[in-house]
Ligand binder design. Structure first.
Ligand code: SF4
Ligand code: SF4
Length: 338
């Protein structure tokens, strides 16, 4: 597959070179049959990985509101609902509120203690009936998040770099487009776009009407028109101009991503693997494995397909990525030779 298939359509032209990078199909990741929501007792039963609220840049928001193709009518309506509620609605994009950001961070810091109620409260506002309603435009880390990879840690390293690149684009371009719309840069430009939601909030995280009006200026109560205009401005900017604005860091991020596509492509897990338990016990990195982990690793017997073993483990909420990488490095998990 091509990398661009995981990237928002608005960036296809700008990311033409890295967009054409060929990368392996992530066969270990099956979002349609995800084990995270396979049973109603599981904490992510209602959300899968979408207990995450992405930042929608101003120009992406405008593109969604101007696009009536496919299923986007639902996406547009959900965007309008967000605009109506005001929380997180800034000239830089529709962002998760500060309280959401705090709750999200807590859920990731204390993953083991999180309840289904908490993950459901964090459900993305664009997720409906288990589907992403803004799929064609999804940006932020959406589309780039993979829970596993056919190239194990080499693949995950690629996806991490892809996220860094995409977040860089989202933040810098939303600020650029806002500026072209007459909105000055905030006094303190945060590391992450999502932090800008605090610009329109009270200390307790509610909407501060005065701040809201001040931030929006002449565009107050004309947010939909504003976002649509942002989309037009973004589309009118040439790739050359965008590259100049994005500077050398953009080039660096792309070069780094392209470099990591090499190990991603060259370390694809073989279709059939054999786990050499005795060798592992004598290896320098040996550590005791849980009985359930051991049970799944023993399924690498040269007969079961690698993808099936990985999916079976995922169904038991067991990620094999890390241990498989370690075992392969020690040659304790190796290709079946006919
Ligand atoms: S990335 Fe993995 S965990 Fe998340 S929804 Fe897809 S299959 Fe499930
Ligand atoms: S935008 Fe789409 S992919 Fe991203 S979290 Fe929301 S529903 Fe999931």
């Amino acid at each position: 597959m091509y990398f661009k298939e995981n990237v928002s359509i608005v960036y296809h032209e700008l990311l033409k070179e890295v967009g054409e990078l060929e990368i392996p199909n992530e066969e270990f990741v099956d979002c349609r049959n995800c084990s995270l929501c396979s049973h109603q007792s599981l904490i992510r039963f209602n959300t899968k990985c979408c207990d995450y609220q992405p930042s929608l840049t101003n120009f992406i928001t405008g593109s969604i509101l101007s696009d009536f193709s496919g299923d986007l009518a639902t996406g547009s309506q959900l965007v309008l609902d967000r605009i109506h509620k005001k929380l997180g609605v800034t000239p830089f994009g529709i962002l998760p509120s500060s309280n959401y950001n705090k709750a999200f961070q807590l859920s990731r810091d204390e993953e083991a203690l999180v309840t289904q109620e908490q993950t459901t409260a964090l459900k993305c506002s664009f997720l409906k009936n288990g589907n992403c309603t803004v799929y064609k435009y999804r940006s932020d880390i959406c589309g780039l998040h993979q829970c596993s990879s056919v190239s194990l840690d080499h693949g995950l390293a690629f996806w991490e770099k892809a996220k860094r690149l995409n977040l860089y684009l989202d933040k810098h371009l939303s600020l650029l487009v806002a500026k072209k719309m007459g909105i000055p840069d905030p006094i303190n430009i945060p590391k992450e776009l999502k932090s800008l939601s605090s610009l329109i909030e009270t200390e307790s995280g509610k909407i501060d009407e005065n701040k809201y009006k001040k931030v929006w200026g002449d565009w107050n109560n004309k947010e939909v028109a504003f976002y649509k205009e942002c989309s037009s401005i973004f589309q009118s900017l040439g790739v050359k101009e965008l590259k100049v604005e994005l500077g050398q860091n953009f080039e660096k991020l792309q070069t780094s991503l392209a470099a990591s596509a090499v190990p991603f492509n060259s370390h694809i897990s073989p279709d059939f693997l054999i786990f050499n338990e005795e060798k592992w016990k004598k290896s320098s990195n040996y550590k005791l494995l849980t009985p359930i982990m051991l049970m799944h690793l023993r399924l690498f017997n040269g007969k079961s397909k690698t993808v099936d073993v990985v999916k079976k483990a995922a169904f038991m909420q067991l990620g094999l990525n890390k241990i498989m990488t370690e075992l392969m490095a020690e040659d304790c998990l190796s290709q079946k030779i006919n």
